[in-house]
Design a protein. Structure first.
Length: 509
């Protein structure tokens, strides 16, 4: 074979690569032989991805026309996987502006195809009556279809896969509530789709002929009510049969708080999802199979999709989670550099302690913090802070961890986000709880000149206004218990840790 005449592999741009679908699509595109470029506001979040060394990364935001134009240079297929879900009252306008910028710049760059993953909408409901979330997704699809670049719009309802927000809602509602008083939307018919089939359709759409410019419904073989989904989930998960009673008076707003109370999904994200579940979302066609043929066993049925997702969860092999994307409205400012910090007050709480253990043992405890492992401190204080955060619409402590033993930059960790990991040495977390300011927590494992292990812990807070200063001083009296206790317990856990890394220490709860 003469390599001189071999056409170069198509170059694909993936927006939303730090999110749930985007983070899974990138390795699928690479496996299919495509070259991949990712557009990210914070490229550092992609640094620890297993595929990071195989892709190009462009820094930028979809609302920045110049950055989008540069990222699209030389691109054949552009994947548009961003949504302003739950980002406030103006999210529809934000989605509209971003889609227009992307379409205009894709046309100017000579992109041959755009692929967009949107939401499945009901056939008999006027668009003005749809939930804002579904309405915005439909509008983005129309904007891209009209931009002058051949576009594939894939419309999916509930995506079932380990770590997806829809799966996590379903899982926690079903597992935690053997008897449920539920909203009326549990009787709405839905056509769920396995995440594997979504990814297969996304990858296959890159090869569609240029004359194709349309939307496609994608779904699994089963049409179920949400109630039936919970009953079948319980059967697959080998739980006792669930008792489900629906009440029509539970509004979407009340439903979102109910979901936020029971599941890790905060009310700000649960609300647009529950509003969308008011409408029947069933596929009206399966034309995608003309261009992306279904292999044997596909599309995957609901029970098998749940079984596959649960296996990933139990084997701790969840590649991405719904919380992979930053929480809308959460602070994203990097840690201020010091001593050069000139942005105002920066309060700190520093704890240092010698550790009677190898540095590797201390690091395993540091990297294993949070989630089911706990925070090595006064548990009631952490639980109370998590509940207060949930009450004001924050994420609380229920997001947990993607992996029980390992962290990577960009991972969510309860109400923190991993901002930096230097394996064996440093873990820095940025707070995503609702605060009158910005907060970070640093933990590091060090070795002194005599070879002794040393634990260093630093909490930092940059207050916003008078309320921020009042907040710091109001909680300062509890720092000795919370932060001091954390440092002591981490040191003790490291000292008790067995020599083998596979056996992780149990935290002091």
């Amino acid at each position: 074979m003469n390599d001189e005449h071999t056409a170069p592999a198509p170059r694909c741009l993936v927006t939303g690569a730090t999110g749930y679908i985007g983070g899974r699509l990138v390795p699928e595109l690479l496996a299919a032989g495509h070259r991949v470029r990712c557009l990210a506001r914070s490229p550092g979040k992609l640094r620890d991805q297993p595929w990071a060394g195989d892709v190009e990364v462009a820094r930028g935001d979809v609302l920045d026309a110049e950055a989008v134009a540069e990222a699209l240079r030389g691109v054949d297929v552009a994947y548009y996987l961003v949504h302003a879900l739950g980002s406030g009252d103006t999210f529809e306008e934000t989605d509209r502006r971003a889609a227009r910028i992307f379409g205009e710049q894709a046309r100017a760059a000579g992109v041959r195809r755009i692929v967009y993953l949107g939401g499945l909408t009901p056939a008999d409901v006027p668009e003005r009556e749809l939930s804002p979330h579904l309405r915005s997704r439909a509008e983005v699809g129309r904007i891209l279809l009209a931009c002058g670049v051949p576009t594939t719009v894939l419309r999916a309802a509930v995506v079932i896969g380990s770590g997806s927000v829809s799966f996590e809602m379903l899982r926690y509602l079903t597992e935690r509530l053997p008897v449920m008083v539920t909203p009326s939307w549990v009787r709405t018919r839905i056509q769920p789709v396995a995440v594997r089939d979504v990814l297969r359709a996304l990858v296959g759409s890159a090869g569609m002929p240029p004359e194709v410019n349309r939307a496609f419904d994608i779904g699994g073989p089963d049409v179920l009510t949400y109630r039936e989904m919970m009953i079948r989930y319980a059967a697959v998960a080998e739980l006792r049969p669930r008792v489900i009673v629906s009440l029509p008076m539970l509004t979407p707003g009340l439903s979102s708080h109910w979901v936020g109370l029971v599941t890790p999904v905060p009310a700000s994200i649960a609300r647009p999802l529950t509003e969308s579940l008011r409408h029947e979302v069933v596929c009206r066609e399966h034309d995608i199979a003309q261009y992306v043929p279904d292999p044997p066993g596909h599309p995957i049925g609901f029970d098998e999709a749940v079984r596959l997702a649960l296996r990933r969860v139990r084997d701790a092999q969840v590649a991405t989670r719904w919380s992979s994307a930053s929480v809308p409205g959460a602070p994203s400012d990097p840690l201020p550099t010091d001593p050069d910090w000139a942005g105002g007050s920066l309060y700190t709480d520093v704890r240092e302690i010698d550790v009677d253990a190898p540095r590797a043992a201390l690091w395993r405890v540091i990297e294993g913090i949070g989630g089911e492992n706990g925070w090595y401190s006064f548990p009631l204080a952490w639980a109370l802070r998590g509940w207060l955060d949930r009450m004001v619409g924050g994420v609380g402590l229920r997001r947990g961890r993607r992996d029980a033993a390992r962290l990577r930059v960009g991972d969510s960790l309860d109400f923190w986000r991993v901002e930096e990991v230097e394996p064996g040495r440093l873990l820095r977390l940025r707070a995503e709880m609702r605060l009158p300011g910005l907060a970070w927590l640093e933990m590091s494992a060090q070795t002194d000149e005599a070879g002794r292990t040393h634990y260093h812990q630093r909490a930092l807070f940059h207050p916003r206004g008078l309320l921020g200063h009042a907040y710091w001083w109001s909680i300062s009296p509890f720092h000795a218990v919370v932060f001091g206790g954390m440092a002591r317990n981490i040191a003790r856990a490291a000292a008790r840790a067995p020599a083998e890394p596979a056996d992780r220490p149990a935290p002091t709860r």
